[in-house]
Each structure stands twice: as structure tokens, then as C-alpha cells.
Write a new protein. Structure first.
Length: 201
């Protein structure tokens, strides 16, 4: 401040600029105008770990991949969370054969890939999630287990609201493609852990 009450706009501009880079998005223009950026990006990520064990219980291979959340799955999330009432989640894991998942896929229409039902369980396996914490939740305490009953190749897995083994009803949420095709034989067991993560960035 200059003598006589006038403000010296050249004083400590560098110091002021350090003070205005606040973590809540507050910024300053010319040291005089303040602007707040309220845009928050919500990022969803699903990570799948699939472990194959032979009949002797020894691990044969392991896959760790992120999945594609399809458009109909994103719409369902928004509809159930922001518009829903008394909604009870019920999600099931299925196995995937050859082909690449697309954002436009649905349970009734996914011509680029096929369902694999070469396991002895009569239905798709339930996704039983634990308690969310730090923006993440998983089924590590209750892994989805598939008992393989034939020789086949697994290319990935998917998450849906229908437990019908080879059904095309229900809502498809996401699909994961393995890094490479994986051969299995009768007597093998697949253990699948799904980690769902939400973060603002």
C-alpha cells in the first residue's frame, strides 16, 4: 500500500499467485478476479482378476485386466442411483468366448463376442461385494468360482443382472477382455475377483 491510501498493484504479484492455486479449483485472473471451477469428473473403473487352478489346486495362469463399461450399463447406473427407489442390486458374472466387446453391446445384442457356458454350475455366479471404502469395493471375501467341465478357451468375462447361464435377458454392465486367450480343461477352477472403483479427478 502506497502512502496516501493508494494500492500498489505491482506489490508481491509472485506471492499472490502462489496463494490462489487452491485445491478446490479457485483461480485468480490478474490478481483481482476470482473464478471457481466446479466441474468434477467422476471416473469409474472395474478391475478383474481371474485365477485358473488345476485339479491339483496349483495355479495354472492369472489374468488382471480393466473392463469396458458399456453404454447401457452407464445408463443403468445413472437411472438406479439418481432416479431409483428401494433398489436392491443383484449382479452376476458370466464367462466370455472369442470376440471383442464394444460400448454399444447389450445382453440381447453383442454379435462381436459369445458367451461361454463350459462350467458345471447351473447359473452365472453371484457378485457378492463387501463394504465400500475409499471409493472402492470388491468381492475378494467371496470370489466367484467356476468349475470347468470341458475343454474350451476363455477370452474374458462379463457382469450382468441376469443369472441365467446362457440367457440374453437382463442388463449388461461391463465386459472384460483378457490380454490373451486362455485354455482350460475339465477339472480346472476359475476364481474371479472384481474391484469396482469410483474417483473424482
Amino acid at each position: 500500500m502506497e502512502r496516501g491510501g493508494r494500492c500498489n498493484n505491482n506489490v508481491d504479484k509472485g506471492g499472490l499467485s502462489k496463494l490462489i492455486n487452491l485445491t478446490n479449483g479457485m483461480t485468480a485472473d490478474g490478481g483481482l478476479k476470482m473464478k471457481e471451477d466446479n466441474n468434477v469428473d467422476l471416473r469409474l473403473k472395474n478391475t478383474w482378476e481371474c485365477v485358473c487352478k488345476g485339479s491339483d489346486g496349483k495355479e495354472k495362469w492369472r489374468e488382471l485386466n480393466d473392463n469396458l463399461i458399456v453404454t447401457v450399463g452407464l445408463n443403468d447406473l445413472l437411472d438406479k442411483y439418481f432416479k431409483g427407489s428401494s433398489y436392491t442390486a443383484a449382479w452376476y458374472i458370466g464367462l466370455k468366448s472369442t470376440g471383442t466387446a464394444l460400448a454399444a453391446d447389450t445382453m440381447s445384442s453383442h454379435s462381436s463376442w459369445a458367451v461361454n457356458a463350459t462350467y458345471s454350475e447351473s447359473v452365472r455366479q453371484t457378485l457378492t461385494l463387501g463394504t465400500p471404502a475409499a471409493g472402492s469395493v470388491d468381492n475378494s471375501a467371496s470370489k466367484a468360482t467356476f468349475s470347468i467341465n470341458g475343454t474350451t478357451t476363455i477370452f474374458g468375462a462379463f457382469l450382468t443382472t441376469s443369472n441365467t447361464k446362457s440367457g440374453t435377458a437382463g442388463t449388461l454392465y461391463g465386459v472384460v477382455d483378457f490380454g490373451s486367450s486362455r485354455a482350460v480343461i475339465s477339472g480346472d477352477t476359475l476364481e474371479i475377483t472384481v474391484t469396482l472403483t469410483a474417483a473424482s479427478a
